[in-house]
Design a protein around this ligand. Structure first.
Ligand SMILES: NC(=O)C1=CN([C@@H]2O[C@H](COP(=O)(O)OP(=O)(O)OC[C@H]3O[C@@H](n4cnc5c(N)ncnc54)[C@H](OP(=O)(O)O)[C@@H]3O)[C@@H](O)[C@H]2O)C=CC1
Ligand SMILES: O=C(CO)COP(=O)(O)O
Length: 341
């Protein structure tokens, strides 16, 4: 017998959130504005104990209070997954294989899976949703992704923001959008899961390029040209890798996400790039940041995927050579200048 979903019985929707960083914390804050119960998995027992006692995350978005009637923290992932309707993945992509290594297909059977991750699985150069389908057999029609211009720090301050929920299953995208819409968040469904997921990954690399050029002393004029060219680069890539009619790349789920990451003071990817432009090595930039810049891993994956397609992607190529081939940033941006219009 098919189980009646909780929202149809007017019961709280039970949602597992996997990951203890700033985005997981922000998503939990948003969801608890609605009729949901959250089962929150974090990797450190000390964090779980802290949240049970003080009702906020000890390390990320520490000012965001969490409703103890709606949020329960878990250290064992199996316990967090029990009885939930949705599983939200919010661990940085590079750590997903390790975080989920003890799970089987059964843990996801019948559950809807949402990726809040804007990164690629590095070893396999795969989108997170493709990887979830391959490893755990989750049908793509049971998955959606969260995209759009939205920094966790602004969610914590309840600043009006917009999200885009992508799924080939538009009913699912609508259902999850309803769960994510509240006083300060408007979530909108789109049928283009792969387009928004790839765009969210690539815009992180572009934000790194913006940070690099800023660190090198280039100004706003140059950055505006680079961001415009980046949008065309994203379009060329998507038109080859996942063509779709009616994809509006100028909407906030694509262009908006690129703009906020390229320009925001909160962007980890831009901050990381800025350090590289100022002369930090990759290792020292990683040590300096206590958060994860997905673009570092993603640029290698996109570069490798594009070896099969040969799309013209000069910004991606430059960032790849700077981060992985120790190319001199100033010399590399000098080469890039010749491609920009
Ligand atoms: N922050 C934002 O505004 C947004 C983030 N996203 C996406 O959300 C995803 C999660 O990022 P976010 O929450 O920001 O991450 P943060 O940078 O805020 O935190 C890093 C997280 O990664 C965990 N981590 C670090 N190293 C490891 C490891 N070796 N194994 C397992 N976990 C590890 C940390 O756990 P610990 O603290 O225990 O070290 C922490 O939970 C990313 O894909 C990001 O692109 C998407 C939209 C907005
Ligand atoms: O995707 C984001 C905002 O939409 C977050 O970007 P950063 O990871 O660069 O902070």
């Amino acid at each position: 017998m098919t189980e009646i979903p909780a929202f149809k019985k007017n019961l709280p929707t039970q949602i597992a959130v996997l990951g203890g960083g700033s985005w997981a914390t922000a998503i939990i804050k948003i969801l608890t504005e609605n009729n949901v119960k959250i089962k929150w998995w974090l990797r450190r027992k000390s964090d779980v104990d802290f949240i049970k006692k003080y009702n906020h995350n000890p390390s990320y978005l520490t000012d965001a209070p969490l409703n103890p009637r709606k949020v329960k923290a878990y250290y064992k992932m199996y316990d967090a997954l029990q009885g939930v309707d949705y599983v939200i993945l919010a661990v940085p992509a590079a750590f997903i294989p390790d975080a989920l290594k003890n799970l089987t297909r059964n843990h996801f059977a019948g559950k809807k899976v949402v990726s809040a991750i804007k990164g690629m699985i590095p070893e396999e150069n795969m989108l997170v949703t493709d990887w979830m389908e391959k490893v755990f057999g989750v049908p793509i029609t049971q998955m959606c992704v969260i995209a759009g211009p939205c920094h966790a720090e602004e969610v914590a301050q309840e600043k009006q923001s917009y999200l885009t929920i992508g799924s080939p299953n538009i009913q699912l995208a609508q259902e999850f959008s309803n769960l994510m819409t509240c006083r300060y968040i408007q979530a909108n469904p789109v049928a283009d899961l792969y387009g928004v997921e790839y765009c969210a990954v690539i815009k992180n690399i572009v934000a790194m390029a913006c940070g690099i050029t800023h660190g090198l002393g280039f100004g706003d004029n140059f950055q505006a040209v680079m961001v415009s060219n980046a949008m065309q680069e994203i379009k060329r890539f998507l038109d080859i890798v996942y063509p779709q009619v009616n994809r509006d790349l100028h909407s906030s789920g694509y262009l908006g996400d690129l703009l906020v990451t390229a320009y925001s003071q909160f962007s980890r990817n831009r901050t990381f790039g800025n350090m590289i432009g100022r002369g930090y090595s990759v290792k020292s930039a990683q040590i300096e940041m206590n958060m994860v810049a997905e673009g570092y891993y993603a640029v290698k994956s996109i570069y490798k995927i594009n070896e099969q397609h040969d799309v013209e992607m000069p910004i991606i190529d430059s960032v790849y050579r700077i981060l992985y081939e120790k190319a001199n940033p100033m010399a590399e941006i000098g080469v890039l200048k010749g491609f920009l219009k």
